[in-house]
Structures are given as structure tokens and as C-alpha cells.
Design a protein around this ligand. Structure first.
Ligand code: HEM
Length: 338
């Protein structure tokens, strides 16, 4: 409760600081227009004429929020992934349940786990002041993911833009299409293949686990039942994640540099220090089909940066709504009222 109040207070401060800054000349400078993209294609210059300054507004808000709470950067990156893997990058993940609408937020991989909704809504509110109903929530998610990675020391990439927001969500697809942390390597490869990704791209995208945290309930079976785990690492995790209880206790996915986007995650895998069962599946003692790629990333952070950025651009291209499809929401958590 106190945590929520603090977060709200930080967001309100953030909005007032940024609103009063020169980033937003005046509420009337850029007139509202729900201009559809005539070509139905994404382009990194999409908002240059439609809402100049939009990307700077997002960047300023995200950078300051991530400085305040480094984990938020990880949470925003994950939000974009969980959006794109379920009916495409259309901000469906942001729609809240209502008495007559079931969204994706209570799907098994999302409930009590996804974070960052409030900051996305706060950024949307800033953009609504600047250019009402022009910048989509789906695009905010894509840019916020990139800006988060950059704020945590990772690679920069140009984000193709022009996605529109869905009027629907898909709870069943969220339950079936997001990969489970209990999958073996083949299951992981299959889950990404279904979305058009190669095994190599799956390994590169998994670099996202160089930041952020996971709950004891998710990694418990690994630290009590598996043998491909470093024994000191296992013992230290067992101290805070007992066989029963403390389900919500959080441990970093990258035990070495949890708040920095680097190659620490892959280095840890070489020493059997992957937190999730699925993460350690990427490296199997030198004998697995993805092992070489893991050691290449562990030895070459620039290669990881390049592959990760390219795979993120590809992920951001998953079935976007463009042109006249969908809508530009006024609030990210609800479809527009007709
Ligand atoms: C390869 C298959 C993947 C599986 C099985 C998986 C599973 C998970 C699980 C179980 C968690 C912890 C959730 C919790 O304990 O509440 C997590 C966290 C996270 N995942 Fe993944 N994930 C995968 C791929 C990805 C991808 C492709 C991205 C982004 C591009 C991503 C980004 C993240 C981030 C940043 C976190 C930390 C979030 C935070 O601290 O709030 N994951 N993932």
C-alpha cells in the first residue's frame, strides 16, 4: 500500500516536472489528429511530423523513472515482449479487466508478475497533453522498452513506429503463447518458432534476462530438484527461497550484474548459474545446440548488443495494427468509449 502511494507520488512528480519542462511547448501547439498511416507500414520517423518531440518525452520520462527504480527498466522490456507475443504488438496487454471484459493481465505468466503499467499510463498522459490521440500505447511500449535498455547500459536501436492499439485482448493466447520457465530447450525453440523466430534469435532475445528479477515460486523447483546448478549458488538461493513459503521473494535473473544490460547473464550460464530452468537450458555443459552462441555472447558483448537489437526490431514487428486498423487509445488501460 505504502509502496503504491510512493509510486503514485513519484509518477505525479514526474508528470509535473516533465510537463513544466521545455519538452512540451504548450497543449495547443500540436493539434489533435488521429492521422492513419496511409501505407500501413512502420517507420522510425512516423511521429516526426505527427507529434514532434514525442520520442524525447518518452525518453525523459523513462530515463528518470528507471534511474529511480532500475528494475522498472526490466519490467518495461518484459511488457513489450508479453504484448508482442500475444496477438501482436498492439498494447492488448495494457487493457485492464472490467466486469464485461477479460484482458490478459490475469493470464498465468502475467498475474502478480508484470509491472510497469502505471509509468506507461503516466507517459501516455504526457503525450495526450502534447498531441491528443496521436501516439499509440503500442508504440509507447516499444520505445519505452528500447529506452529502458539504453538507460541500463544496453544497445540503442531505431524503433520502427506507427503501430495502433487493439480494441481486444486474448486471455487464452496469453496463457498458451508466452513461453513457460519450465520448458526444455526444444520447447523454447518451438515457442519462438511459432512466432517466426529462429533458435538463434530466441537465444539473443533471452539476453533480456541480464536485467530484472524472478519470484521464488518460479525458480523453486530448479534449486531443489535440478543437478545442473552451481552448488554455492543453489545454497544461497535456498536460504531465502524455502521449500514451502516466501513464494514472492525476488532474486536477480543475472546474479552478477542484475541492474546492467550486459552479457553477465550468458557468463553466468557457463557456470550453471542460470536462475530459471529455461535459462539454463540455453547452455548444457558445452554439448547443447545453443551452447556455442551462449559462449560467443559471454565473450563478446558487442555481438550480443547487435543481435539483441535486431531481434527486438523483429519482435516489435509482430502483427502490428496499422493504417485504419484498431484505434489510438486515450488511456492505455481502456479501449476508447464510443
Ligand atoms: C525464452 C523464453 C522466456 C521465458 C521462459 C521467460 C520467463 C520469464 C519469467 C518466468 C520471468 C520471471 C517472472 C516472475 O518471477 O514473476 C521473467 C522475467 C523477465 N523476462 Fe522473461 N522469459 C523469456 C523470454 C524473455 C524475453 C524474450 C524477454 C524480452 C525481450 C524477457 C524479458 C524479461 C525481463 C526483463 C524479466 C524481468 C522482469 C522484472 O524484473 O520485472 N523474457 N521471464
Amino acid at each position: 500500500m505504502a509502496d503504491n502511494k510512493l509510486r503514485l507520488c513519484v509518477l505525479i512528480c514526474l508528470i509535473s516536472i516533465i510537463s513544466s519542462s521545455s519538452l512540451i511547448p504548450s497543449a495547443t501547439t500540436y493539434v489533435s489528429s488521429n492521422i492513419p498511416d496511409p501505407f500501413g507500414k512502420l517507420s522510425s520517423s512516423f511521429y516526426e511530423t505527427r507529434c514532434p518531440g514525442a520520442l524525447q518525452i518518452i525518453k525523459a520520462a523513462i530515463t528518470s523513472a528507471v534511474e529511480n527504480d532500475r528494475r522498472l527498466g526490466a519490467s518495461l522490456l518484459r511488457l513489450h515482449f508479453h504484448d508482442c507475443f500475444v496477438q501482436g504488438c498492439d498494447a492488448s496487454v495494457l487493457l485492464k479487466d472490467t466486469p464485461d471484459f477479460k484482458g490478459e493481465q490475469n493470464a498465468r505468466p502475467n498475474a502478480n508478475s508484470l509491472r510497469g503499467y502505471e509509468i506507461v499510463e503516466a507517459v501516455k498522459a504526457l503525450l495526450e497533453i502534447r498531441c491528443p490521440q496521436v501516439v499509440s500505447c503500442a508504440d509507447i511500449l516499444a520505445v519505452a522498452a528500447r529506452d529502458s535498455v539504453v538507460a541500463l547500459g544496453g544497445p540503442f536501436w531505431l524503433v520502427p513506429l506507427g503501430r495502433r492499439d487493439s480494441k481486444t485482448a486474448n486471455l487464452n493466447a496469453a496463457n498458451s503463447d508466452l513461453p513457460s520457465p519450465f520448458l526444455d530447450l526444444k520447447g523454447l525453440i518451438d515457442a519462438f518458432y511459432k512466432k517466426g523466430f529462429s533458435a538463434e534469435e530466441m537465444v539473443a532475445l533471452s539476453g533480456a534476462h541480464t536485467i530484472g528479477k524472478s519470484k521464488c515460486a518460479v525458480y523453486r523447483s530448479r534449486i531443489y530438484n535440478e543437478s545442473n546448478i552451481d552448488s554455492d549458488y543453489k545454497i544461497s538461493l535456498q536460504a531465502t527461497c524455502p521449500n514451502i513459503g516466501n513464494d514472492n521473494y525476488l532474486s536477480p535473473l543475472d546474479t552478477t550484474t542484475p541492474d546492467t544490460f550486459d552479457n553477465g547473464f550468458y557468463k553466468a550460464l557457463l557456470y550453471n548459474k542460470g536462475l530459471l530452468h529455461s535459462d539454463q537450458q540455453l547452455y548444457n555443459g558445452g554439448y547443447g545446440s545453443t551452447d556455442k552462441q551462449v559462449s560467443d555472447y559471454a565473450n563478446n558483448v558487442a555481438l550480443l548488443g547487435l543481435d539483441f537489437a535486431n531481434a527486438m526490431i523483429k519482435m516489435g514487428n509482430l502483427s502490428p495494427l496499422t493504417g485504419n486498423q484498431g484505434e489510438i487509445r486515450k488511456y492505455c488501460s481502456n479501449v476508447n468509449k464510443v
